[in-house]
Ligand binder design. Structure first.
Ligand code: PEP
Ligand code: MN
Length: 363
């Protein structure tokens, strides 16, 4: 369905070909003309659709490499002339937009730090009024779907017709196995709200290392993402930015070869019949669970009244702890993870205590 919508829309740049994801690759930063040309030449036979390179780099701390700036734009022009690869750079303000357009860059992208700032996004949108160029919008660094949607809407309002969203993960204070936590539910909700916008996964900035790149890319394809953006460098260990997560074009080709491309649907009747029979059972179970949840809430309200009449507090921490620990144990015996049980029961418990305290539950 998504694929059909993409085909039916005026979007031509970001088209999936034969169910193959749209592939964006290239270095985190353009460092030298030689480096950019070497990587581009090595990527040609990887069937890459778009060559990326950062020219102006948003770095967290000052005093480190901040990109070569406009001197690198002619290098990208040469990439296109000599390899035929179309090019994309990150732009963060109107001046950078003008420079990128002057050098015939094919696609612009808005980085995560800019997406988080409506002033920057609007400045870019104003600079793009009347310009027909595809734009990719990365998610903001903070896990705020409305901000991401808002940035896409600002591009739409400026008249940009070809827009794609790039999921690059979200900053967290706690250190996890990811450089940027994926919070997959956010791009899934973006897809539900804006099904016509192609969705790409920047596995490099989600992972921050090389070992998980394949797993994250495969997971994105399992979720029916339309493309991937992956940082590639001829000498990753000595890259001037994001050295830990970059891979050589040769490793990149192996990674793409290992991926299983997925279709959203098929018209094979055996497949559909089997799916339908299992879905019928799932629907039945969902109904049972809903009925049980409703019964559980009624009992909980009854206890709530009892507590109220006896001036007993709604929250009973010891009881909550017992329920949780028991459920985790029983869940484990049934192949359900502790994390899942704890998320599920916390939602149920929150709803119960809100009802007992006479608070309105969330819509
Ligand atoms: C990048 O793509 O190199 C980059 C700076 O990305 P992000 O905006 O996702 O941090
Ligand atoms: Mn980078």
């Amino acid at each position: 369905m998504i694929l059909n919508q993409i085909e039916a829309s005026p979007t031509t740049m970001f088209l999936k070909k034969d169910n193959r994801p749209f592939l964006i690759a290239g270095p985190c930063s353009a460092e030298t003309e030689e480096q950019v040309m070497t990587i581009a030449r090595d990527l040609v036979d990887a069937d890459v659709d778009l060559f990326r390179a950062g020219i102006w780099k948003p770095r967290t701390r000052p005093g480190v490499f901040e990109g070569r700036g406009s001197v690198a734009l002619p290098w990208l022009k040469r990439v296109k002339e000599e390899t035929g690869l179309r090019t994309t750079v990150e732009v963060a303000n109107a001046k950078q937009v003008d420079k990128a357009l002057a050098f015939g860059i094919d696609v612009l992208w808005i980085g995560a730090r800019s997406s988080a700032n409506p002033f920057s996004v609007q400045e870019i949108a104003d600079a793009l009024k009347g310009v027909d160029i595809p734009v990719m919008v990365k998610n903001p660094t903070n896990p705020d779907l409305e901000l991401w949607i808002g940035a896409i809407e600002r591009m739409q309002a400026a008249g940009i017709k070809q827009i794609a969203a790039i999921h690059r993960g979200f900053s967290t204070y706690a250190k996890t196995m990811f450089r940027n936590e994926p919070y997959w539910e956010i791009p899934i909700e973006l897809r539900r709200r804006m099904p016509q916008i192609p969705l790409f996964c920047d596995n490099s900035h989600i992972c921050g290392n090389r070992s998980e790149l394949l797993n994250v890319a495969q997971y994105a394809l399992d979720l029916n993402y339309d493309g991937l953006m992956t940082e590639t460098h001829c000498d990753p260990d000595h890259a001037l930015s994001d050295a830990m997560q970059q891979i050589t074009p040769a490793t990149y080709k192996l990674l793409i070869d290992k991926l299983d491309f997925k279709r959203e649907m098929t018209d094979d009747s055996d497949f559909i019949e089997y799916m339908d029979s299992i879905r019928l059972q799932i629907d039945g179970i969902d109904l049972e669970v809903l009925n049980l949840l409703s019964q559980r809430m009624k009992l909980s309200e009854e206890i709530g009244l009892h507590k109220k009449h006896n001036k007993i507090s709604v929250l009973q921490v010891r009881r909550w702890n017992e329920i949780l620990e028991k459920a985790k144990m029983m869940g484990r015996e049934r192949g359900l993870s502790e994390g899942f049980i704890s998320n599920y029961l916390s939602a149920v418990h929150q709803e119960s205590i809100k009802r007992q305290a006479g608070l309105k539950s969330e819509e």
